[in-house]
Design a protein around this ligand. Structure first.
Ligand SMILES: Cc1cc2nc3c(=O)[nH]c(=O)nc-3n(C[C@H](O)[C@H](O)[C@H](O)COP(=O)(O)OP(=O)(O)OC[C@H]3O[C@@H](n4cnc5c(N)ncnc54)[C@H](O)[C@@H]3O)c2cc1C
Ligand code: FES
Length: 283
């Protein structure tokens, strides 16, 4: 008998039980949660850019990107901004409490295509969360990639995620990290302005670069335009797109985006593939 055939396939709708092992405050409304499997060492292997459906028992289920280091396979890390009922319940979990996890789900950043190229990461707000695993990947396998350029925009200094890490990443060789805020306030000596204003300070080699972008859709429209102005070709620009989700596995149609289902065809798409959709504002 074929043993593999005898093992029933995992039901993608069934969550695995995880426990919260750490909750860290990033900003006044954003927290990073570390989860470890409560079902033994079943592994938490994911690719940078993927997401999970997280069950907050008694409240609901929601899609959240995995923001941790892909090399740390005994845990899953998520950075969550509290914007409504489910996210508020999630960031209010205490150490030891349970969360159901489905996934990892969806497409990932194109690691193979980025090999030997400079990687340009452009993030707005919570959009840095799904890009952080890719930054870890590049820094861990420095010899596989060219330069790393991180351009990050947030509303104000107190909304900047991972502040200590931004400083630490900038200390690596062949790495440039630039952050900007919409409103600086007293004491802020950094850049002020939208994230596209950082391009004039970035040392880019467009013909040998691949860009990965995540943030509000309006920001991604301006950033993709600027990347093309800088000389990047459309097929070397990748974006992560969000929509409301229910099933997370291509069954319900909730996340439809033109001909695509974001949960299974995305969330990471090449700009070439979704350009007509991104340029239509009301989709
Ligand atoms: C693939 C994917 C990955 C995501 N990754 C993250 C992540 O890493 N961290 C994180 O904090 N959030 C992430 N989100 C968004 C998160 O799923 C929503 O914020 C959450 O579902 C809102 O649920 P709620 O009940 O708290 O708020 P609701 O009461 O449902 O909504 C509160 C407010 O947030 C808005 N909202 C709801 N869903 C979204 C959304 N998807 N995008 C933008 N605004 C929304 C609503 O319009 C409303 O204004 C992701 C979404 C997707 C689709
Ligand atoms: S969330 Fe159900 S099809 Fe994508």
């Amino acid at each position: 008998m074929n043993v593999a055939a005898a093992i029933p396939p995992k039901d993608p709708m069934l969550p695995h039980l995880y426990r919260v092992t750490d909750v860290g405050k990033e900003t006044p409304d954003t927290f990073t949660l570390t989860l470890k499997s409560a079902e033994g060492p079943n592994g938490s292997i994911f690719q940078p850019g993927q997401f999970s459906m997280l069950w907050v028992f008694g409240v609901g289920e929601l899609p959240i990107s995995i923001s941790g280091d892909p090399a740390e396979q005994d845990r899953l890390v998520y950075t969550v901004r509290s914007v409504g009922r489910a996210t508020h319940a999630l960031v209010s979990r205490r150490v030891g409490e349970s969360v159901g996890v489905r996934g990892p789900l969806g497409t990932s950043w194109p690691k193979a295509l980025a090999r030997d190229r400079d990687v340009i990461v452009v993030a707005g707000g919570i959009g840095l969360a799904p890009l952080r695993p890719m930054i870890y990947e590049v820094l861990r396998h420095r010899e596989d990639y060219g330069r790393l350029v991180v351009l990050y925009g947030a509303r104000s200094p107190r909304d900047l995620l991972y502040r200590k890490e931004l400083t630490a990443w900038a200390r690596h060789g062949e790495t440039q990290v630039l952050a900007t805020v919409d409103y600086g306030g007293l004491g802020w000596r950094g850049h002020v302005g939208v994230v596209t204003t950082l391009f004039k300070y970035a040392r880019l080699q467009p013909d040998r670069s691949l860009a990965m972008v995540c943030g509000p859709e309006i920001m991604m429209r301006f950033v993709t335009q600027e990347l093309q102005n800088q000389g990047l070709s459309r097929d070397h620009i990748y974006l992560s797109v969000e929509r409301n989700m229910k099933c997370g596995v291509g069954l319900c149609g909730h996340c439809q985006y033109g001909p695509h289902f974001i949960c299974k065809d995305g969330p990471v798409f090449s700009y070439e593939r979704i350009r007509p959709l991104l340029e239509r504002y009301e989709l």
